[in-house]
Each structure stands twice: as structure tokens, then as C-alpha cells.
Design a protein around this ligand. Structure first.
Ligand code: CO
Length: 134
């Protein structure tokens, strides 16, 4: 089910400051920027090896990212694993008794199909499955 780590998601309050940190001080290459309607966030992807860092900023107070920051402050938000077939991956994690936030995949960044597992069932780590757009 779980292929390589696709990205880690970092919740930020100030996207410009975070971009400056990752681009200018860490020296990572900014690869992509997108507003993701399904999640009510603006996201910026940085290349790091074969994976990415995904900076995410809430676009409304109702966004789950806004609620996360309210509860925890900015910082590490989720880990995303790549899968080649998210439909069967969801069936497998469901069969394994894990709690899904998304019963069906949603459209994530760059046209990917994504679904989140609830941190209640994953040892406190918000876990995302990603099937990249082909
Ligand atoms: Co993500």
C-alpha cells in the first residue's frame, strides 16, 4: 500500500516567511504553488531529493489547517505516502481497521488523488495517501 514518502506537510501562518526559509535559507527549489479548493488551503511544494516539502496555509478559519494551527501552532502537519492505486489502498487500510477521514479520495495538489487517515488510528500522525496524477 505504502510506497515511498511523497511529501511532508508543514502548516504555516505566514507563507511568504516560510517560503523565504525553505528557498533562501535551506536552498530548496520552489517547484509548484497552488490553491487547493477541496482543502481550502494555498500550498507551495519544494523539491527535496525525490520527495517534497508541502507548505500549507489556511485560506479560511474553517480550514482544517487553521484549526490545526489554533490547537498546535504552526509546524509539522502530516506525512504523505505515495500509492499507485489509492482505491485499493483505501480498501486495505479500511480492512486493517484504520479510521479514514476521507472515505473517498479527494483532489489534491497537481491533480493527485488523496485521502487522509485519522491521527486517532495512526499513533497521532495525520497520514495522507497520494496517488499522483498520471
Ligand atoms: Co499533503
Amino acid at each position: 500500500v505504502f510506497g515511498r514518502i511523497d511529501h511532508i506537510g508543514v502548516a504555516v501562518e505566514d507563507l511568504d516567511a516560510a517560503v523565504e526559509l525553505y528557498r533562501d535559507r535551506f536552498g530548496m527549489r520552489e517547484q509548484h504553488r497552488e490553491t487547493i479548493e477541496a482543502f481550502d488551503v494555498e500550498a507551495v511544494l519544494f523539491e527535496v531529493g525525490e520527495g517534497h516539502v508541502e507548505l500549507i496555509r489556511a485560506l479560511s478559519p474553517d480550514s482544517s489547517v487553521a484549526k490545526f494551527i489554533e490547537a498546535n501552532g504552526p509546524g509539522l502537519h502530516h506525512v504523505a505516502y505515495q500509492t499507485s492505486d489509492i482505491d485499493s489502498a483505501l480498501e486495505q487500510v479500511k480492512a486493517a481497521g484504520l479510521e479514514l477521514i476521507d472515505q473517498e479520495p479527494r483532489t489534491g495538489i497537481r491533480g493527485s488523488r488523496v485521502a487522509f487517515l485519522h491521527p486517532r488510528s495512526t499513533g497521532g500522525v495525520l497520514t495522507e495517501l497520494v496517488e499522483p496524477a498520471h
